[in-house]
Design a protein around this ligand. Structure first.
Ligand code: 13P
Length: 254
């Protein structure tokens, strides 16, 4: 149903000006499939967004890693959705597990952020995912469907949403979900969208996987039918990010 492969690079809280320039040069020199085949979005820390935006090749786009939950104002230390729009930053990552767990962002708070960012015209990479404890307790689907339900309750248009399934136990651990494990959750999430939002939204919304994705494991994951791309952490800071982008070809040839 024409879900374009999506590869996001989440740089998290990493980088100096020199390192950022180096990553951008590598990305700019990379030979990757055309924009018709893959959408590439990199997410540097706020401070580097203007630098990356002006120096990055035009077929790649940028995302912020967070934004404030409502209109800006007296909220020390926050960056508003309006500011991102003002700087022509098209995308924002919301609800990353590092923010949910370390900064205690609740399902409702994340959902409010998603709704507000969309209302301002931003496109949103909304992150969900279970912890190891939750997986071992057999509550993976209960957890990710609660997280998705909170978002679904507050938005009516999914066109500008990419859902990122990132099992917490796979993030930064080198312990990637197996293709079957990822496919199972992506399939269930799509089924959830079909039953609780609409068949159209289920068919058209991209569900991407994140958690220890590398050049070595991306192709097998990309081949899974309900997996529409990746949100890459550590490997997005390295030249192998180009190889991960190229895994979009797997889909094209599927
Ligand atoms: O959290 C992630 C992307 O948002 C994944 O991080 P890693 O690829 O470093 O495991």
């Amino acid at each position: 149903m024409g879900r374009k492969f999506f590869v996001g690079g989440n740089w998290k809280c990493n980088g100096t000006t020199e390192e950022v320039n180096k990553i951008v040069s590598t990305l700019n020199a990379g030979e990757v499939p055309s924009q018709d085949v893959v959408e590439v979005v990199v997410s540097p820390p706020f401070l580097f967004l203007p630098l990356v935006k002006t120096s990055l090749r035009p077929d790649f786009h940028v995302a912020a890693q967070n934004c404030w939950v409502k209109k800006g104002g007296a909220f020390t230390g926050e960056v508003s959705a309006e500011m991102l729009v003002n700087l022509s930053v098209p995308w924002v990552i919301i609800g990353h597990s590092e923010r949910r767990l370390i900064l205690k962002e609740s399902n409702e708070f994340v959902a409010d952020k998603v709704a507000y960012a969309l209302s301002q015209g931003l496109k949103v990479i909304a992150c969900i995912g279970e912890t190891l404890e939750q997986r071992e307790a057999g509550s993976t689907m209960a957890v990710v469907s609660e997280q998705t339900k909170a978002i679904a309750a507050k938005i009516s248009n999914w066109t500008d949403v990419v859902l990122a399934y990132e099992p917490v136990w796979a993030i930064g651990t080198g312990k990637v979900a197996t293709p079957a494990q990822a496919q199972e959750v992506h399939f269930e999430l799509r089924k959830w969208l079909q039953a609780n939002v609409s068949p159209d939204v289920a068919a058209s919304t991209r569900i991407i996987y994140g958690g220890s994705v590398t050049a070595a494991n991306c192709k097998e994951l990309a081949a899974q039918p309900d997996l529409d791309g990746f949100l890459v952490g550590g490997a997005s800071l390295k030249p192998e990010f180009i190889d991960i982008i190229k895994s979009a070809e797997v889909k094209k040839n599927a």
